[in-house]
Design a protein around this ligand. Structure first.
Ligand SMILES: Nc1ncnc2c1ncn2[C@@H]1O[C@H](COP(=O)(O)OP(=O)(O)OP(=O)(O)O)[C@@H](O)[C@H]1O
Ligand SMILES: [Mg+2]
Length: 347
């Protein structure tokens, strides 16, 4: 299950992503946490010290390896250089799973031990002023997008992405890659205006979007959110001393989280689990193709000098039940074959 946390800067995306990751880790099921936010704080929120967080390898720095691995033996993608962030998988591509090892995880994922379990963490790498709005920024979140587009996850496997609600994710289609998007909103006009913008983009794409209020201090705050957000409001996370202690570098045990806060996490978990029924791999694949076409036509073809829509494999549908078809190991030297591309399925 792919879960995104979005919202205004400072709303609590990282705090709630990290708490939700802890909640999932407590189930003992596999969890992959991904920091795709401009402010890279997820590692610290999961308890890493500064030095450990700084040592995390950056996805953005391994883009050639990621592309080379994912392209596998897909004949429509003859080289990694022609792969852009929206390039969809097709017959011959290598798919990722949440569990297991592969060259991408070897290079970019690191285990993080929590007091109630263990998860894997991948980070895009820090964004610099110079990155924002230009190609480097896109390549950093682009690495996450490529991974999501090649990732086949089952019901009890989780990918949690801490990201911004920025226009980049709308242009590329990344915002459509999730089974559940939690929009974290403080009870303020700015907080809910980000929700409205997101909702507007999400409307045409069947995005499952729920608002989680944060730093909600009383009935007035709750009333405000209810009035502004209506039925999209899932729950309201209270101001938390547990979170404050974490900020002071005194990480409390997971089990010590205040009960009203723990209740919100359980509701979020319930919403994620229920969203499984809405899963539709054909829609997922079609959206991926739609945004690839759009990106190819608006900048990709001009940038690469090729018709990138030729990368689309018309009969291919990503899916959990795809019959395994092993790739020759020789396609990427030394590579394990974690998942294999689905055979073409009826459209
Ligand atoms: N429920 C809460 N109770 C107390 N403090 C909170 C709560 N939620 C968030 N905070 C605090 O608010 C600040 C911002 O939270 P956080 O870093 O999670 O936001 P963010 O949306 O990830 O921000 P950014 O946009 O900078 O990445 C942090 O200092 C955090 O500890
Ligand atoms: Mg953050």
């Amino acid at each position: 299950m792919k879960i995104a946390f979005v919202g205004k800067g400072g709303s609590g995306k990282t705090t709630l992503s990290s708490l939700f990751v802890r909640q999932l880790a407590g189930t003992g099921r596999p969890v992959l946490a991904v920091d795709a936010d401009i402010n890279q704080h997820l590692g610290a929120a999961l308890g890493l010290d500064e030095e450990e967080a700084a040592r995390l390898p950056a996805l953005g720095a391994h883009l050639p390896l990621i592309k080379e691995h994912l392209r596998g033996a897909n004949p429509r993608i003859p080289d990694a250089a022609g792969m852009i962030k929206t390039t969809p998988p097709g017959t011959g591509s290598r798919l990722l799973s949440v569990t297991g090892d592969n060259p991408v995880y070897d290079a970019c994922a690191r285990p993080v031990r929590l007091d109630n379990g263990s998860v894997r963490l991948m980070v895009t790498g820090p964004f610099t002023e110079a990155d924002l709005g230009v190609a480097c920024y896109h390549s950093k979140t682009g690495a996450v997008e490529l991974c999501l587009n090649h990732l086949v996850d089952g019901r009890e496997e989780y990918i949690v992405v801490d990201m911004t609600a920025g226009s980049d994710s709308f242009a590329s289609g990344m915002f459509t890659r999730f089974d559940m998007t939690f929009l974290v909103a403080e009870p303020t006009r700015k907080g809910v205006s980000v929700y409205r913008q997101y909702k507007e983009y999400a409307r045409d794409f069947d995005v499952a979007l729920r608002v989680v209020g944060n730093k909600v201090q009383g009935p007035d705050d709750l009333e405000f959110l209810r009035a502004e957000v209506g039925a999209d409001l899932l729950a309201a996370f209270p101001h938390s001393d547990w979170v404050r202690a974490m900020e002071k570098g005194r990480p409390p045990e997971c089990a010590a989280l205040e009960e009203p806060a723990a209740q919100v996490l359980r509701e979020m978990y319930g919403a994620v689990d229920a969203s499984y029924e809405r899963r539709d791999w054909a829609r997922y694949t079609a959206q991926m193709v739609h945004f690839h076409r759009r990106n190819a036509e608006s900048w990709g073809n001009a940038r690469t000098g090729a018709d990138l829509t030729a990368q689309i494999d018309p009969g291919f549908v990503l899916g959990e039940t795809a019959p395994a078809r092993a790739l020759p190991d020789a396609a990427v030297p030394g590579a394990a074959v974690p998942g294999t591309a689905a055979a073409p399925q009826p459209a």
